[in-house]
Write a protein that binds this ligand. Structure first.
Ligand code: FPP
Length: 236
């Protein structure tokens, strides 16, 4: 069965740029073409959610010119892609700690989110200034505040807690892809990836195209998702 939610840790832009004898930003800009290719694939295949880890909380410690370049790229991409989102019925969302993101970037993001909010096809989610630990901590704090006001049951459950995460209402990823040969979660969707299938590829993100995403989806379709049960129980 085709995954409902595919999430990608887009990695290897810097190494790709270095291979070309170029600055790291050159790799990030090339990576935007891979984003477009993956969106096209997701729309064609009827994938409901495509989410991309574009910038982690830890990435704020990168050199200022790289951060500035990535923020400008975000604005440029949002402006350029909005007509494509409208044409393809794509809903655009950004999730993360936007209090750290320059207000100019936030304004463009909010505008694009508003313009596309009634689109009913693919939901494209960009995780920006995001980390899994940040998400869990903000959820704990919001739950605790509501509990103090008596607005929630005093004993928390996984379902209640999920409703406080920044991804509330979005199904957990079925398939997580990481490019560039790295095999770790890097403080990404820590809670949400509890039962996600992982797929790692050596392809660097700027080289990642539809056929690579197709390969990952095909591999996913061969996996047996048991959620702790036995194969016999599943086949009953
Ligand atoms: C990781 O590669 C990539 C990033 C930190 C940035 C990802 C951003 C894009 C692909 C830009 C396009 C995104 C949108 C949403 C328009 P790295 O720099 O860590 O690569 P390295 O490990 O080879 O150094």
């Amino acid at each position: 069965m085709i995954p409902e939610h595919v999430t990608i840790i887009m990695d290897g832009n810097g190494r790709w740029a270095k291979q070309q004898g170029m600055q790291r930003l050159f790799g990030h800009r090339a990576g935007a073409d891979s984003v477009r290719a993956c969106c096209e694939y997701a729309v064609e295949k009827g994938i409901r959610y495509l989410s991309l880890f574009a910038f982690s909380e830890e990435n704020w410690s990168r050199p200022k010119d790289e951060i500035d370049g990535l923020m400008e790229l975000m604005i440029k991409s949002v402006i350029e892609e909005e007509p494509v989102f409208m044409k393809n019925n794509i809903r655009f969302r950004v999730i993360g700690d936007l209090s750290k993101v320059p207000s100019r970037v936030c304004e463009h993001i909010r505008e694009c989110e508003e313009h596309t909010m009634n689109n009913t096809g693919l939901t494209l989610i960009i995780f920006l200034s995001y980390s899994g630990k940040w998400d869990i901590v903000q959820a704990v704090n919001r739950y605790a505040a509501d509990r103090e006001k008596g607005m929630v049951p005093p004993v928390c459950t996984a379902d209640i807690f999920s409703g406080y995460l920044s991804t509330a209402g979005i199904p957990d990823p079925d398939l997580m892809i990481r490019t560039s040969g790295e095999q770790r979660l890097s403080n990404y969707l820590l809670w949400q990836c509890a039962y996600t299938e992982f797929y790692f590829t050596d392809v660097l993100w700027p080289d990642f195209r539809k056929e690579h995403l197709q390969n990952a989806v095909s591999e996913y379709e061969k996996r047996e998702r048991r959620y702790g049960k036995t194969t016999e129980q599943l086949n009953k």
